[in-house]
Design a binder for this molecule. Structure first.
Ligand code: HAM
Length: 420
């Protein structure tokens, strides 16, 4: 019997990880520049954490979570997203006590049992950030600017930004009622999903991907026309800051997103380089979430983005930059005694911070030289009986072809060292 990976999961193979590392390190660099610090939360949590925060009636909670009962009969769920866990950790660890504004980021796997297709996986990776503690619109703008900066840093500029305000406790209930009563009038023209949502969550009807739904709801009232003065001011300020930052955006009054915790700002970044799953990133403000999860009412705003989708766009653009993992020095051994010497030598060199490599398959000298070439080692030393006797060898710079004599016990002197 042979085993295969689970549908919707993917091996990230050694040929790809160098690229992942490059992308991740770029993402981290930008996060650090914006003064966000990393947080790592567990991959599974109590099921009710996600039900409470993302919303019982959302697709994620209703259909997509990997939920299981453990041996203690607790209902646990593999995290479908990062925000709920971050807020749980924020409350549990009193992170707000030490500083009024907590800025954190995360990069890691998330799990949703969706129908797999291009750009949609069941285990996928997100990078995201949360700024917890400020109600101010400049933080919304910072989050959006940071998201965009990450893509720009990776030379991706072809995306569009849609923003909306989904209102707050004060204005949303009234708007929902207005919308609901309008939607009831056209219910028969809507898809079954949308019909159900009229009562459950009428705003999601406007976000339907179904073309008929879109046509039927074309003249429905939008939330942007029903915001309370506070939400309206906040939205205007976010737009002002985005304009000041030179970030183009489109206001889309139908954007509500698939998670229920949003208040005020909601945004999404899409790329035409992606297929039907065109969302690169999404986020927004969630001023009531901390209270909802049992903490003190604390405003927050954040975003998350799919790493695989980012990789797809980079692929389309032919982006090839990656973290170099190549040996600095390859030592080829001509015989058994030299091999024994080499094993000790490369281990000592590695301890000094030098990426040294040798052949572990006991191959011919010719095959070892081919291997050094294949691995693109920067320097190669061949050690044999003569070298061991004289304590000296010739080291070849593989790029220039130049040779230089080195003392075997002092090879490290030719390289920058960093280890012990
Ligand atoms: P989300 O829109 O559900 O938001 O996910 C963010 C991004 O994750 C999507 O735009 C997409 O790139 C990627 N993604 C989602 N599902 C999949 C999938 N099945 N396969 C591949 N990629 C996927 C959130 O998760 C919120 N927590 C964002 C947030 C943070 N809001 C405030 N703070």
């Amino acid at each position: 019997m042979t085993f295969r990976s689970i549908r919707g999961t993917k091996d990230i193979l050694p040929a790809e990880t160098a690229r992942w590392q490059f992308v991740e390190s770029t993402i981290r660099t930008v996060f650090h520049r914006f003064n966000y610090k990393e947080i790592r939360t567990p991959i599974f949590e109590q099921t009710s954490l996600f039900a409470r925060s993302i919303g019982e009636l959302t697709d994620i909670v209703g259909k997509e979570m990997y939920t299981f009962t453990d041996r203690s009969d607790d209902s646990l769920t593999l995290r479908p997203e990062g925000t709920a866990s971050v807020i749980r950790a924020y409350i549990q660890n009193n992170l707000g006590e030490a500083q009024p504004l907590v800025k954190v980021y995360y990069i890691g796997p998330m799990f949703r049992q969706e129908r797999p297709q291009a750009g949609r996986l069941r285990q996928f990776h997100q990078f995201g950030a949360e700024a917890i503690g400020s109600p101010q619109p400049e933080v919304d703008a910072e989050i959006i600017a940071m998201t965009i900066q990450i893509y720009r840093e990776l030379s991706l500029t072809e995306f569009s930004l849609k923003i909306n305000s989904v209102g707050c406790e004060k204005c949303r209930p009234h708007y929902k009622e207005v919308l609901r009563s309008e939607l009831r009038k056209i219910a028969s023209q809507l898809s079954p999903d949308s019909q159900r949502r009229i009562e459950e969550n009428p705003m999601r009807v406007l976000d339907s991907k179904d073309e008929n739904d879109q046509k039927a709801t074309a003249s429905m009232p939008l939330i942007t026309e029903h915001l309370c003065p506070e939400c309206s001011q906040h939205f205007d300020d976010v737009k002002k800051y985005l304009k000041n930052l030179g970030i183009p955006f489109l206001v889309d009054g139908r954007l509500v997103r698939g998670l229920d915790y949003y208040t005020k700002t909601a945004f999404e970044l899409t790329s035409t380089a992606l297929g039907s799953q065109d969302a690169l990133a999404g986020g927004g403000r969630y001023d009531l979430l901390t209270r909802e999860l049992g903490g003190k009412e604390t405003p927050g705003v954040g975003f998350a983005a799919g790493v695989e989708r980012l990789m797809m766009v980079l692929d389309k653009k032919g982006m090839t930059r990656e973290v170099d993992i190549k040996p600095t020095l390859f030592i080829a051994a001509a015989d058994e005694a030299s091999r024994d010497w080499t094993i000790t030598a490369i281990t000592n060199l590695r301890a000094k911070g030098i990426a040294a490599e040798s052949d572990s398959l006991r191959r011919s000298l010719k095959a070892q030289m081919r291997e050094a070439d294949r691995q693109q080692a920067a320097y190669v030393i061949v050690v044999g009986q003569h070298e061991l006797e004289t304590g000296k060898a010739s080291m070849k710079n593989m790029r220039t072809g130049q040779q230089q004599e080195v003392v075997l016990n002092d090879i490290a002197a030719h390289f920058p060292t960093s280890g012990t």
